[in-house]
Design a protein around this ligand. Structure first.
Ligand code: F0G
Length: 321
């Protein structure tokens, strides 16, 4: 039987026997060795494939805890602002819990995620303005009686997300020399640091942001002012920036060389490794955060278009090269 993430790490999460568990079978994601790509980059490379979570991103780790706690606390509705993945995850877990979800998405959020939240029955409101403005509105709504904010400013989200580090350390049978992950709002960086502190481990966390935060093609991390910025700075995380061009190159490489079709934001970690010698020779875990089908428009722009052929074997063999 599928083990719910909360059951796997019950002793390290803020739950009790009376907490109703809302699960879709999140966590326990693959940790995949990538020797070919690793050789090219000069590192012992491991990829934590978080796209295999139920809604296609790592957000589900935090959402199972946040929604379970909201249900326990008799919430009337949950609310979040999102570049897309948080809303898809909130919509799914709220549906599972029988709770209404109000999701505010920034105009321009990637199509696959919007479709997900809509199909899952959330009340999807596209806010005129940036993600930062949508988040400010969600925070205010979350202060009203009966509403629970399920962005990563909700500590239960961070609690759930820290389990990725537990899985990585268990999977490797030790600590990697470095954790590398994307940096949007910084909730995940905060969660990784918390997990390492709880385990009394001091491995560095590399948090990789888009150089052009407000305009990057990596829509999931198109956030001008990270909500966890101060915590990320205080955590000692090593923050690096990569350009959109570097993100696209890494994104393509992950798909073509390792079979991992992720969304552009998820490729920032690899983009950093490609452009830096800092971790040469080290055992590195790169977290690949979300699925490529979340943002089909990005794939359509950057992947080769199909060649049209007649249904004729000779013509097909010739066109295939
Ligand atoms: N990767 C993906 C696929 C994301 O969706 C996000 C954030 C990040 C990385 C960045 O992680 O914010 O913890 O530093 N997505 C949020 C959302 C903002 O609304 O879905 P972070």
């Amino acid at each position: 039987m599928t083990v719910a993430l909360i059951d796997r790490y019950r002793d390290r999460l803020p739950v009790s026997d009376s907490t109703p568990i809302v699960s879709l079978g999140e966590g326990s994601t693959p940790l995949l060795h990538a020797p070919r790509l690793g050789r090219e980059l000069g590192v012992d490379l491991w990829l934590k494939w978080e796209a295999s979570n139920p809604t296609g991103s790592y957000k589900d780790r935090g959402m199972t805890v946040a929604i379970s706690k909201a249900l326990e606390g008799r919430a009337r509705a949950v609310v979040c602002a999102s570049t897309g993945n948080t809303s898809a995850s909130a919509a799914a877990y709220a549906a599972r819990a029988g709770l209404p979800a109000i999701v505010l998405v920034a105009e321009g959020a990637a199509g696959g995620k919007l479709v997900q939240a809509r199909a899952l029955g959330a009340r999807v409101l596209a806010v005129r303005g940036s993600f930062d403005q949508a988040l400010a509105a969600a925070r205010q709504l979350g202060e009203r009686e009966g509403y629970v904010l399920v962005n990563s400013l909700n500590p239960n989200r961070v609690e759930g997300q820290k389990t990725a580090v537990f899985e990585i350390v268990e999977g490797l049978g030790g600590t990697p020399d470095a954790f590398v992950l994307p940096y949007g709002g910084g909730g995940n960086t905060t969660a990784y640091r918390k997990a390492l502190d709880e385990l009394s481990l001091s491995a560095p966390v590399y948090s990789v942001e888009a150089a052009d935060r407000p305009r990057t093609l990596a829509s999931a991390i198109r956030i001008e002012h990270p909500a966890h910025g101060e915590r990320v700075a205080a955590s000692g995380a090593r923050v690096h920036a990569v350009s959109d061009k570097e993100i696209v190159t890494a994104w393509r490489e992950l798909a073509r060389e390792e079979g991992m079709f992720c969304e552009p934001a998820s490729a920032t970690g690899l983009a950093f490794l490609r452009g830096s010698d800092e971790l040469r020779g080290a055992r590195v875990v790169v977290t690949v955060t979300g699925h490529g089908l979340k943002d089909p428009a990005a794939a359509d722009t950057h992947a080769p278009a199909p060649v049209v052929v007649d249904a004729d074997p000779a013509a097909i063999a010739e066109a295939a090269g």
